[in-house]
Design a binder for this molecule. Structure first.
Ligand code: SAM
Length: 346
């Protein structure tokens, strides 16, 4: 087959999120997709300006329907073109995995929210690196965000049609997310039940949980083919007490940044993100299926990459420390230089 060139138009909002890093981050994400699921067929990745607008271009020996479906989920992809003669652009029809309206991800706005496109990137690269990656589009996977805040990762997992679970220690976040999700499901007229109840251990209340069961459509709900979401308001160090062992395909989380942001001091609870990771990882690993992957983003101004690698390895995981996995570092603001690390459970 003839080699063709393609161009990805980057979502305009990605530039606002990542400033000058947006092309580099998309390139790293594309490279992870290529080596995990596209079989290394993507070549000559380069940035190019066409008509005054930046594109990430690459070559491939044609793209199958499955290739396009996978590429369609790149977090900052806005449009995909086959490049023609001169500056001609031929649109390639996208087929993203989007089971729900995207305002699920954009309505909530609050200090400390992880940007929804970055969250999608983190979930994508973790998912693709797990043994379940090849089933991204044909199975209902299960995702855990063990420090889920107000649920950006959970919402992205719902968008993909997956079951999603979260843990967060912050009671206000728990309440705000429970309230948001109830209202959203009602407004979208999606059939559901949502119940909040205390979590007890040895007759003591150790937290609260929100259990949501919903259908992507009325037919789905009626037929009993229902989606599930649980959020537990508790310390993530206890995560393994709340869910069944080896039941998650992927764990993805944006760790506390160890700095204060916004009016509320939501980070005061955890002065040292590394210490928290070290204590929480054994429980998280227990929850992960063999072949499952953990993806963590964190602030490198507070914890170095080597320390993060050591913490993951000490918990029995295999950190993926090569190629594109080393290219996700980017500045968020003056006090935060964020990075991503992915590790697999053997
Ligand atoms: C960077 S924020 C994550 C924000 C989230 N991705 C969102 O978009 O809403 C880190 C979260 O870790 C939570 N956290 C900190 N220490 C924790 C602990 N020991 N157990 C559970 N959650 C914790 C904080 O409450 C905060 O919500």
């Amino acid at each position: 087959m003839n080699t063709q060139r393609f161009g990805i138009l980057i979502r305009p909002s990605a530039n606002r999120v990542y400033a000058e890093s947006s092309v580099a981050l998309l390139e790293a994400e594309l490279e992870v997709l290529d080596r995990t699921l596209l079989g290394g067929r993507v070549g000559d990745v380069a940035s190019r300006t066409i008509g005054g607008v930046p594109y990430l271009t690459f070559s491939a020996d044609g793209l199958s329907e499955r290739d396009v479906a996978l590429l369609s989920n790149l977090s900052s992809l806005y449009a995909l073109f086959r490049l023609g003669e001169g500056t001609a652009l031929h649109p390639v029809g996208l087929n993203p995995l989007e089971r729900l309206d995207d305002d699920l991800l954009t309505i909530q706005k609050y200090a400390g929210k992880t940007n929804e496109y970055f969250t999608k990137l983190l979930l994508n690269v973790t998912l693709w690196s797990s043994a379940s990656g090849p089933h991204m589009t044909d199975r209902r996977l299960r995702v855990l965000d063990p420090m889920c805040g107000r649920g950006t990762t959970l919402n992205q997992a719902m968008m993909y049609g997956y079951d999603a679970d979260g843990v967060d220690i912050d009671g206000k976040d728990f309440e705000a997310y429970a309230g948001f999700l109830r209202t959203w499901l009602k407004r979208k007229r999606l059939k559901h039940t949502a119940e909040t109840s205390p979590v007890r251990r040895d007759r003591k209340v150790v937290g609260r949980r929100l259990d949501v069961v919903y259908g992507l459509s009325k037919e789905e709900y009626r037929s009993g083919d229902r989606h599930r979401l649980t959020v537990v308001n508790a310390d993530t160090v206890r995560a393994a007490e709340f869910f069944a062992a080896e039941s998650f395909d992927v764990i993805a989380t944006d760790a506390p940044y160890g700095v204060q942001h916004g009016a509320r001091n939501r980070e005061a609870l955890t002065r040292s993100p590394l210490e928290l990771l070290t204590r929480a990882l054994p429980g998280w690993v227990r929850l992960l299926r063999p072949g499952g992957a953990v993806g963590i983003s964190w602030n490198t101004c507070v914890t170095g990459r080597e320390e993060a690698v050591e913490a993951l390895a000490a918990a029995g995981l295999e950190p993926l420390e090569e190629g594109p996995y080393l290219k996700f570092r980017h500045r968020v603001d003056q006090a935060i230089v964020r990075d991503v690390i992915v590790a697999r459970k053997p």
